[in-house]
Write a protein of this length. Structure first.
Length: 107
């Protein structure tokens, strides 16, 4: 059981096309305040127990963090627990800023 990855360009295309996706940002609130994708829901990984039961395994779920490490941990967990449409954003918000939206600060 493995999860897939999605490039920043592929995510930008999905968002631009209005596709229904569940974009989860697992960074900390202070990181989200520095840089974010407006369509993303902040769900800090350290508060995982507070929000995990609210996720729908039927929805396409894209997970992001700063560089892709924390989000990869959540992706692996989701796949082990029956989620089939799970994607990790390659390079996280840092890659998004470098490749898609230079107005999003890098940190």
């Amino acid at each position: 059981m493995f999860y897939d990855t999605i490039t920043p360009r592929q995510l930008a295309d999905k968002l631009k096309g209005g596709e229904k996706i569940n974009l989860i940002d697992v960074r900390e609130p202070f990181e989200y305040e520095i840089a974010r994708i407006e369509a993303a829901q902040l769900m800090p990984l350290n508060r995982f127990g507070d929000w995990i039961d609210g996720l729908n395994a039927e929805e396409e779920t894209i997970v992001m963090c700063h560089h892709g490490v924390r989000s990869a941990q959540l992706c692996a967990f989701l796949v082990r627990n029956g989620f089939e449409k799970v994607f990790n954003l390659e390079g996280g918000i840092d890659a998004w800023s470098a490749e898609i939206d230079a107005d999003v600060p890098r940190y």
